[in-house]
Design a protein around this ligand. Structure first.
Ligand SMILES: Cc1ncc(COP(=O)(O)O)c(C=O)c1O
Length: 468
């Protein structure tokens, strides 16, 4: 049972959930912290109990709690402030970004989709309101979406190079929900799921809630290493593989076609499902042929609406193998009953009337301008990105660690994501950070953020803190 009691605006009495058989207690504390942040029970900035209080409350040694808090900091889940305690970090959640931002802070830790180029919500709502059948949007609909919405979904999936029939489209409430639905179809508690060793942290949140065991495998600029996947398949009963093929989050890697073929062969040999989350396809350079085209019988393909058009319109269109269609309907029913028809109507209208395509073009162009400024300002410092991609993955020179770089950037008003926020398992976070160029409202803020980052790279650790 989770116990989260609010005792003042920012101080909470938090108790982690620790079950028998969860492995070492320090690890269970970290896992519980992560699940409670992902589940919204803890918010960025919340003060965690002192180590002594928590050790006493749980009846465990102080050293165990110290280890757990240290690991939580290493993963970017918590931050310690000398003399003040340990706080939930903001790198893994968006709550403080969605509130009123501090004017001087440049938020580049959340992959926001160039909001300056958002479509006109008022115009589409007026258009929908004039329709004679608008009242129908107040009714319950089919769990997987109305025929019209699934038709629009099939059209959207074509933009992602996945030809499909509307009958195989399931409407989900965003890609995050789609990942949950896909894993509900493919796996049961305790099952093994393979992913990159650095992966989208929303996957970790879902896997934690569904009690799935994530196995992270080596990845490089060509994506996931099939030999490492095969090694895991030989040792565990793998039920699903999760991948982000066109522009990986956070590394921006693109899955090489030969690797994709090898993953499909493994999926057939070991009979596991593929969850293909192609969230950044429309802003990626030269995206690969989707695995859903190569292995349609076992691939759940997720076509996000959030990144290409709008994160607030909580819709993703999912292509599901026919054999899983009934189970998909049940999974949507169990989780949200159906996605709000009004929300899907907004997305469908934008797809039909050309607004969605026009917005994608504008967002790509603005992301391209920001990437060009990044190239100009960072010069030869090594980083990976796509020409019109939303984020960059910056390699840090020695002796920087990811956590130290993020802390010093934050002290200078620039918020970045540490690599530890994306690590699966106990691998050491690499010296790299994710910087979301598409997040700030204005290009001028992106430039200011990049100048701070360049300055930190040039001066090395500690220099900017002693100067401040
Ligand atoms: C790889 C990946 N998948 C899914 C999501 C969540 O997308 P949505 O807003 O559609 O739920 C994100 C968001 O950053 C992401 O990077």
């Amino acid at each position: 049972m989770h116990i989260v009691t609010v005792t003042s605006a920012r101080t909470i009495l938090w108790r982690p959930t620790i079950r028998r058989g969860d492995g070492p207690i320090w690890r269970a504390i970290v896992a519980s912290l992560e699940a409670d942040v992902a589940g919204g029970r803890l918010h960025p900035g919340d003060r965690l109990p002192t180590q002594r209080d928590l050790a006493q409350a749980l009846g465990i040694g102080l050293g165990t709690v110290t280890r757990a808090y240290r690991e939580a900091e290493r993963q970017g889940l918590a931050t310690g402030r000398v003399g003040r305690g340990t706080f939930v970090a903001s790198a893994t959640a968006t709550h403080d970004v969605l509130g009123l931002p501090d004017e001087r802070r440049i938020e580049m830790s959340v992959d926001l989709p160039v909001h300056a180029e958002d479509p006109d919500l008022g115009a589409v709502l007026r258009k929908i309101a004039r329709r004679p059948d608008v009242q129908r949007l107040l009714r319950y609909q089919d769990h997987v979406g109305t025929a019209r919405h699934r038709q629009a979904g099939a059209a959207w999936l074509e933009r992602f190079d996945v030809p499909t029939s509307p009958d195989h489209v399931v409407v989900c409430a965003g890609s995050q929900h789609a990942i949950c639905v896909a894993l509900l179809l493919a796996a049961e508690p305790g099952d093994a799921v393979v992913c990159d060793e650095l992966t989208y942290h929303g996957l970790r949140a879902v896997a934690g809630q569904l009690r799935l065991r994530l196995h992270g495998v080596r990845c490089d600029e060509e994506g996931m290493d099939p030999d490492a996947v095969a090694a895991i398949c030989r040792r565990h009963r793998v039920r699903a593989l999760y991948c982000v093929p066109s522009a990986h989050n956070p590394t921006t890697a693109r899955l090489a076609p030969t690797r994709g073929d090898a993953l499909v062969r493994l999926a057939r040999e070991y009979d596991f499902a593929i969850v293909e989350d192609d969230v950044h396809r429309l802003t990626a350079d030269d995206p690969p042929t989707p695995l859903a085209v190569r292995a349609p019988e076992r691939t759940v393909f997720i076509a996000s609406f959030s990144k290409a058009v709008s994160g607030g319109v909580r819709v993703a269109f999912v292509s599901v193998p026919p054999a899983l269609a009934d189970a998909a309907a049940e999974a949507v029913w169990a989780t949200v009953w159906m996605v709000s028809p009004l929300t899907v109507e907004v997305a469908a209208t934008w797809i039909e009337d050309g607004t969605a395509d026009a917005v994608v073009t504008r967002k790509r162009a603005e992301a391209g301008r920001r990437q060009a400024r990044c190239r100009a300002l960072l010069g030869a410092w090594p980083y990976a990105s796509h020409t019109s991609g939303y984020h960059v993955w910056l390699q840090l020179p020695r002796p920087w660690t990811s956590a130290a770089f993020v802390a010093e950037a934050r002290a200078r008003g620039v918020v970045l994501s540490p690599s530890g926020a994306f690590v699966v398992g106990s691998a050491e976070p690499p010296p790299a950070v994710r910087m979301c160029l598409a997040a700030p409202e204005r290009l001028a803020d992106v430039e200011r953020g990049l100048e701070v980052v360049r300055d930190l790279l040039e001066r090395g650790p500690g220099a900017s803190l002693s100067r401040a």
